[in-house]
Design a protein around this ligand. Structure first.
Ligand SMILES: *[C@@H]1O[C@H](CO)[C@@H](O)[C@H](O)[C@H]1NC(C)=O
Ligand SMILES: *[C@@H]1O[C@H](CO)[C@@H](O)[C@H](O)[C@H]1NC(C)=O
Ligand SMILES: *[C@@H]1O[C@H](CO)[C@@H](O)[C@H](O)[C@H]1NC(C)=O
Ligand SMILES: *[C@@H]1O[C@H](CO)[C@@H](O)[C@H](O)[C@H]1NC(C)=O
Ligand SMILES: *[C@@H]1O[C@H](CO)[C@@H](O)[C@H](O)[C@H]1NC(C)=O
Ligand SMILES: *[C@@H]1O[C@H](CO)[C@@H](O)[C@H](O)[C@H]1NC(C)=O
Ligand SMILES: *[C@@H]1O[C@H](CO)[C@@H](O)[C@H](O)[C@H]1NC(C)=O
Length: 690
């Protein structure tokens, strides 16, 4: 199946779920509206009156707002930012009372497979292998904890290394091996990084297995990890909810039902479980004003419509090449480590409206709901007298998320009066934070602006609400719009770039700017080397992973600027597999992420059977040229690929091996390296001139 078809199927699945939800909605919706209409006393057409009261008791416990790093490789370029910029970006994400001040960080448990925008390395590439220093998620979790010791950590697998499935692309073949693999990751987090993982997931947006969930629960308990809660199943509401209602042991094993892109609604069966309901992946929308609008609307309405007490954005930070799938679908943008340029986007400040004024453990009031002329309000309390009210008036066109489709609704300007009752009757003053997501030319956008406090007269506050606005009214006085100096200007990827991988003790397992799209490329030390290649970059997968997306049959890591046309790439290469092995360098590689299988470009291969090939695609279906090359495994060769306008030539160890005209081929794309299959292969002295 083509990746497009996979996506279409996935979207169709989500659409079906969503239609089903709509039909169930009337029941949930009317339940909720009974609560709030009681409190809405219509005065006239433009003014409405809302009561906020804890006398009838409180509603669900708020579990926090978060972001996903991974699913996949979405923080890849972040780690290579020089200081102080890298710390500044982390401050905007995690530092309390500063920016997004997130309550939750959800990370991918790297499984070696392509998971949307790249692969992330597993802690166990092979059976018996264990290494808790690969990738960047450990580092990211520690940076988050450094800033906010209370941040909750979630781990979730997307793909798994191939050995888990003993040949089948299926992680539940031997549930106890998979459970041990996951529990090892949690134990490794503690042992090597002193990180306590709070929640663990099952298999992102794929099937769950009841027996596996029970075994995972038992194994966690046996290893004194009773406090680690299970989220299931990071997919649709219904299958897991129904399974839980039919199975007491499963019901006990699962702590949180997490659904993806729920469109602010849940289903009766999920409610019947009495479990916490989360939107455990949501947002995924380009991070301009509309993305900010999407985020503002769902942060409120996931609770108002769907009783969800946590919403987690995919993704945390857009730190991947922007032409990969879902470019810039992060809470902020940091995709240029070479220039240090980054952008604090609107969703950061929309997050702050909730995160800086309510903490996990606070509870929602029962008196929340929709505003009479469109929009919504929620209120939360710490139970100690503090009150935070968040109001949003997002319009339909200006708050669409990438999915599911948003049924039409109207929002108009309105005057609202909130009456504070119960514990809140005595409050005299509320702090006010304001945002407006403007329209082109963007001169009417205001983000997280502190306005003068509102006096409460006679137990009420009145607000004039415009369109696409967010207000936070709160007793909390610690809110802050944090700022760092303006980062450097955006610049393209350097046109002259080299890496000899001579890093004795690298801080990360991956070399800067290389973004693996199938396979895993790691720094490697050749202890016995006498040929000047002691430190190299090595492709380390020898087996196809249990895939989540459509990994290629070849391995490939991309680098550079997608706009590159004329380019010369030089690299020393070393095949490790005799006869069947092969290795390549490439330019104008046009696709990556979940579309990597159909990547085109100019690929220069040498094969261990003594031949070379020039192909127009990664899959080697379009062979442009080929012939004998007197090459073999276990010897180093220097390859050069020069692409100029519509011709190209290849050099092997100083000798021109081939020259060719390029017919319809991509006009531009990244540079890349890779191997013919899941096989070891090494690279050294990589050099690009563009
Ligand atoms: C509606 O209420 C607003 C605010 O209290 C008031 O200014 C306005 O005159 C009222 N309009 C009508 C038609 O009663
Ligand atoms: C959920 O709570 C209600 C009310 O306490 C109870 O009647 C019901 O049995 C609970 N459901 C489950 C699945 O435990
Ligand atoms: C609100 O929270 C602060 C700490 O954030 C606390 O000092 C205060 O007592 C709480 N209650 C009220 C009514 O402000
Ligand atoms: C924004 O710019 C438009 C067009 O130049 C202008 O009509 C409008 O008044 C401006 N709005 C604000 C809030 O400055
Ligand atoms: C406060 O409410 C009382 C009783 O409802 C009313 O008499 C009084 O005029 C109100 N005061 C203000 C400032 O609105
Ligand atoms: C070398 O290997 C390639 C790739 O499998 C194959 O297409 C080609 O026919 C082989 N050539 C020789 C001479 O064995
Ligand atoms: C690539 O080839 C073109 C055309 O032969 C040549 O002008 C250019 O200098 C070459 N680039 C490099 C970096 O060798």
């Amino acid at each position: 199946m083509s990746p497009l078809k996979v996506w279409t199927n996935r979207l169709r699945g989500l659409l079906l779920q969503w239609l089903l939800l709509l039909s169930l909605l009337s029941a949930t919706g009317s339940f909720r509206s009974k609560i709030f209409t009681k409190h809405v006393l219509r005065s006239n057409l433009s003014t409405s009156f809302y009561v906020l009261d804890d006398t009838p008791g409180l509603d669900r416990v708020f579990d926090g707002i978060g972001g996903v790093s991974g699913g996949g490789a979405t923080s890849r370029l972040l780690v290579n930012y020089p200081e102080p910029y890298r710390s500044e970006i982390l401050d905007y994400l995690f530092k309390p009372n500063f920016g997004a001040s997130l309550h939750i960080l959800k990370v991918e448990i790297g499984g070696d497979g392509q998971t949307t925008d790249g692969t992330e390395p597993s802690h166990m590439h092979y059976k018996g292998d264990e290494n808790y220093f690969r990738g960047y998620e450990w580092w990211l979790m520690k940076e988050a904890k450094k800033r906010n010791p209370n941040i909750k950590l979630i781990g979730l697998p997307w793909s798994f290394p191939g050995w888990i499935g003993s040949g089948k692309s299926w992680p539940y073949d031997s549930p106890s091996i998979t459970a041990l693999y996951i529990v090892s990751w949690i134990l490794g987090a503690k042992k090597y990084h002193n990180l306590d993982i709070d929640y663990i997931g099952i298999w992102n947006e794929r099937s769950f297995d009841i027996q596996y969930i029970k075994i995972l629960r038992k194994m966690l308990n046996q290893k004194d990890l009773d406090r680690v809660k299970i989220i299931a199943s990071d997919n649709l509401w219904l299958p897991i909810s129904i399974s839980m209602l039919l199975d007491d042991e499963l019901l006990d094993a699962v702590d949180v039902i997490g659904a993806h892109y729920p469109g602010t609604h849940t289903v009766q069966d999920a409610l019947k479980t009495n479990k916490s309901l989360w939107s455990s992946e949501d947002y995924s929308t380009f991070n301009n004003e509309v993305g900010g609008g999407c985020w503002a609307r769902i942060l409120n309405q996931n609770f108002v419509n769907g009783h969800m007490t946590s919403t987690i954005a995919w993704n945390l930070v857009a730190s991947y090449y922007p032409q990969l799938p879902f470019g810039r679908d992060g809470l902020m943008t940091a995709q240029e480590p070479w220039s240090s340029h980054y952008v604090v986007e609107t969703p950061i400040w929309i997050s702050a409206h909730t995160t800086q004024f309510a903490q996990p453990g606070w509870r929602y009031l029962k008196t929340v709901g929709h505003l009479q002329n469109g929009g919504s309000y929620v209120a939360l309390t710490d139970g100690l007298g503090n009150l935070t009210i968040i109001i949003e008036t997002m319009t339909h066109e200006h708050s669409k998320c990438i999915r599911p489709p948003l049924p039409f609704f109207l929002v108009s300007e309105q005057t609202t009066t909130f009456s504070l009752q119960g514990t809140f009757k005595e409050l005299r003053m509320l702090q006010v934070w304001y945002s407006k997501l403007g329209k082109k030319p963007w001169n009417d956008t205001f983000l997280f602006k502190q306005l003068p406090p509102l006096k409460i007269t006679n137990g009420t506050v009145t607000l004039q609400l415009g369109l696409d606005e967010v207000y936070t009214l709160t007793t909390i006085t610690t809110g802050q719009k944090g700022s760092h100096p303006t980062p450097p200007e955006s610049r393209p990827f350097p046109s002259n770039f080299e890496d000899n991988f001579n890093v004795g003790n690298p801080p990360f397992s991956e070399a800067p700017n290389f973004a693996d799209q199938t396979g895993v490329f790691e720094y490697f030390t050749n202890d016995q080397d006498t040929s000047g290649h002691s430190f190299t970059l090595r492709q380390v997968l020898t087996q196809r992973p249990i895939t989540w997306a459509m990994d290629a049959d070849q391995t490939i890591s991309i680098i550079g600027d997608h706009n590159w046309r004329d380019i010369t790439i030089t690299c020393d290469v070393y095949m490790e597999t005799p006869v069947t092995g092969g290795i390549f360098i490439a330019g104008r590689v046009n696709k990556g992420g979940s579309f990597i299988r159909s990547a085109q470009g100019v690929f220069f291969w040498i094969l261990a059977n003594g031949t070379y090939e020039v192909t127009g695609d990664l899959e080697r279906r379009r062979i442009i040229k080929g012939g004998k090359a007197n090459v073999m495994a276990k010897k180093w060769y220097t390859l050069t690929l020069n692409i100029t306008d519509s011709s190209a030539y290849g050099i092997l160890n100083n000798r021109v091996l081939w020259k060719t005209q390029l017919r319809p081929l991509p006009r531009n794309g990244w540079a890349a390296i890779g191997t013919r299959s899941f096989e070891f292969g090494q690279f050294d002295n990589f050099h690009i001139q563009a």
